[in-house]
Design a protein around this ligand. Structure first.
Ligand code: SF4
Length: 315
């Protein structure tokens, strides 16, 4: 598979672009995820022409549309940053991005809970960095996360799953395989979608069942919207266990009662938090290969991202 292209705040790659001349190098992002990803670094503050080192800035005023101000000399950088960011997101349209990893807490790059100071100098953690806000508005469907949230194993798995799905979705759109391509895609992603959102699973099933009736552009637009919305919903142990039970049903006539009991115990132990998800998934994967089960064999759910990332190994 071709590497996935992700935008990233430059300081997370170890570039010395921060206001104090330092960086915020994140080893997981460069050394581990970096094996599968090609990063497009973006530092909005350097990009808009500010030097390194430079005066520190923060957000001020209305959390919904704050001003970007230097702290000591009180220079207003809002218009400069806004103009540069709007231009930069237009350039990024042609880079084939499948997501963006932002630096948390930055008044330029933070994607949520950034401090915004009121007139008394008191902060509320309700802001969004100026570049991050403009980026997310311009690319509403792109998966985004920040380095802080990616330390949570569930959010990390969810984000990486979304970028792998988005990459394959992008490839499908580029191949222009029409309605048939979309129906095939949906068939392979059904159980993955079910593990996140049973509601969207149903809506997407209905949409693809009527694929012939809708204009193709509208069909893809609606499907993409439902797909990205579904994947934003967390896949909980309960929902994963339901999917695993559903898969187990395909081996009703193949497995002995001891084998069924063993698999059921693994699924229940996973649901109760005793085992990581990889344990029941590995055993089901084994049965899928052993009995060459055609429908399950093509399910991305069994293999949504590289095993080496160990994203399903936590309890
Ligand atoms: S947080 Fe954003 S603006 Fe600040 S140094 Fe990193 S990339 Fe540049």
């Amino acid at each position: 598979m071709e590497k996935i292209r992700l935008g990233i705040s430059s300081c997370l790659l170890g570039e010395n672009v921060r206001y104090d001349g330092g960086h915020r190098h994140d080893r997981f992002l460069t050394d581990t995820l970096g094996q599968y990803v090609e990063y497009i670094p973006v530092c909005p503050e350097v990009g808009c022409g500010l030097p390194v080192p430079r005066e520190a800035m923060h957000l001020e005023g209305d959390p919904d549309s704050p001003r970007l101000m230097t702290i000591r000399t009180r220079q207003d950088m809002t218009d400069r940053m806004e103009a540069w960011s709007k231009e930069r997101v237009r350039e990024l349209e042609t880079d084939g991005l499948c997501g963006f990893i932002f630096k948390s807490d930055s008044p330029s790059s933070g994607m949520e809970r950034v401090k915004v100071y009121n007139e008394k100098g008191a902060p509320v953690k309700k802001g969004v960095g100026m570049f991050a806000r403009i980026f997310m508005k311009h690319f509403p469907f792109l998966p985004v996360e920040d380095d802080g949230r990616l330390n949570d194993p569930i959010l990390r798995e969810n984000f990486i799953e979304r970028i792998f799905v988005f990459k394959r979705w992008r490839e499908l759109m580029e191949r222009k395989e029409g309605r048939g391509g979309l129906v095939d895609f949906h068939t392979r992603y059904k159980l993955l979608i079910l593990s996140h959102s049973p509601k969207n699973y149903q809506l997407m099933g209905r949409l693809t069942a009527k694929a012939k009736e809708a204009p193709i552009k509208e069909l893809y637009r609606q499907y993409q919207s439902l797909l990205m919305e579904a994947l934003l919903v967390k896949a909980t142990p309960k929902k994963n266990a339901n999917v695993l039970m559903h898969m187990m049903g395909y081996f009703k006539k193949k497995l002995t009662s001891e084998e069924k009991q063993e698999l059921l115990d693994l699924i229940i132990n996973y649901r109760e938090g005793q085992f990581p998800l990889i344990v029941p998934v590995t055993l089901i994967g084994h049965y899928v290969r052993k009995y060459n089960q055609p429908y399950l064999k093509q399910q991305v759910y069994l293999n949504p991202h590289p095993l080496e990332l160990q994203l399903r190994n936590h309890v």
